[in-house]
Design a protein around this ligand. Structure first.
Ligand code: ZN
Length: 330
């Protein structure tokens, strides 16, 4: 194969002396000449902490990282979706992956051979992101976070409806609805949901306000009230919905806000439950099992490498379907 693919604290792709490490989880691999950072979630951005490597990423992802983690990225190549650039004899392109604001899939082309790395991706339109577009490729590295058939998400519109209904009911009962969400991704989607379809004000924890502010700088119009600034009175009145980072403990929130009802919005709700959570909604930024299969078939790859989640399991399923696949282990 023109591209060699292996795991080395990230996906290492090699082509004729070029060694690019994709979403390194640490930055100890000194033999890679380039990094690619697919999106601004913390488990994908270690590469930004390294100062000397050349890092390819989207302008949006770099801005989110710099704003959220207060660190200037050095030696970054800031890319625009769909605009090809030359990397020695390769063509390099980042395309929208549909996961969160700024998230990108990487396309490398060597003459007529195409390599595609999805990063985290979603194959359905959401209120804030367009679904990834399948790309015909020879080698596909695909994330399989939800790579088992039990991860089949309900229609997104139904989930949106359930979220709004539960929130309205909670407010009506004189309680405070709080969603625990990722500050990058789910927070913008839920802010947008309430902005578009309700008059319920959205109060955001400062980390989420920061992410919303950066997204708005790129042209979105998210409306929100910061918990420590203009949202404090709204919280007291309980006539609002509050968004906190998912790292917050439901127990601590309930002791701070005795009327709080806590909800989560994640695909994992199909597998796990938590007695301190009052409501859970299967809203995910990732492709579910049927979408993974549909996406891979549409890309018509000759070879598939699976990463994250049920990588081995999913690769076995693909092989049974006649699609040559192998997991890349951490
Ligand atoms: Zn992610």
């Amino acid at each position: 194969m023109v591209f060699e693919v292996s795991w080395s604290d990230g996906v290492l792709v090699e082509n004729d002396g070029i060694r690019m490490l994709l979403d390194p989880s640490r930055f100890t691999n000194i033999s890679a000449n380039y990094f690619f950072i697919s999106h601004a979630h913390k488990d994908h951005t270690s590469g930004f902490m390294e100062n000397n490597k050349i890092k390819y990423s989207t302008t949006q992802t770099i801005s989110l990282f710099e704003g959220m983690f207060k660190k200037k990225v050095k030696n970054a190549v800031s890319c625009v979706y769909g605009q090809p650039s030359d990397l020695h004899k390769l063509e390099l392109k980042i395309v929208n992956s549909g996961h969160v604001f700024g998230s990108g899939a990487l396309v490398l082309t060597d003459r007529d051979v195409t390599f595609l790395y999805t990063g985290d991706f979603n194959f359905t339109d959401t209120l804030t992101q367009k679904a990834i577009t399948p790309i015909e490729c020879d080698i596909l590295v695909v994330e399989t976070t939800y790579g088992r058939p039990n991860f089949t998400f309900p229609p997104r519109e139904d989930v949106y409806y359930d979220i709004v209904e539960w929130t309205a009911k909670t407010i009506k009962e004189n309680n405070l609805p709080i969603f625990l969400v990722y500050p990058i991704g789910k927070a913008q989607e839920i802010t947008k949901l309430f902005n578009l379809f309700t008059t319920i004000p959205v109060v955001t924890h400062p980390a989420i306000s920061k992410a919303n502010e950066i997204v708005n700088k790129f042209g979105d119009t998210l409306t929100y009230y910061d918990l420590l600034i203009d949202g404090a009175e709204l919280i007291k009145s309980k006539n609002c919905v509050a968004l906190f980072p998912s790292t917050f403990s439901p127990k601590i929130l309930k002791s701070t806000y005795p009327c709080a009802k806590i909800a989560v919005a994640t695909g994992w709700t199909l597998l796990y439950s938590n007695k301190n959570i009052d409501a859970s909604f299967a809203l995910s930024g990732h492709a579910d099992f049927p979408q993974l299969i549909q996406f891979i078939k549409a890309c018509r790859p000759k070879m598939v490498y699976t990463i994250h989640g049920y990588a081995s399991d999913f690769a076995i399923r693909l092989n049974k379907m006649g699609i040559h696949a192998k997991p890349l282990f951490r």
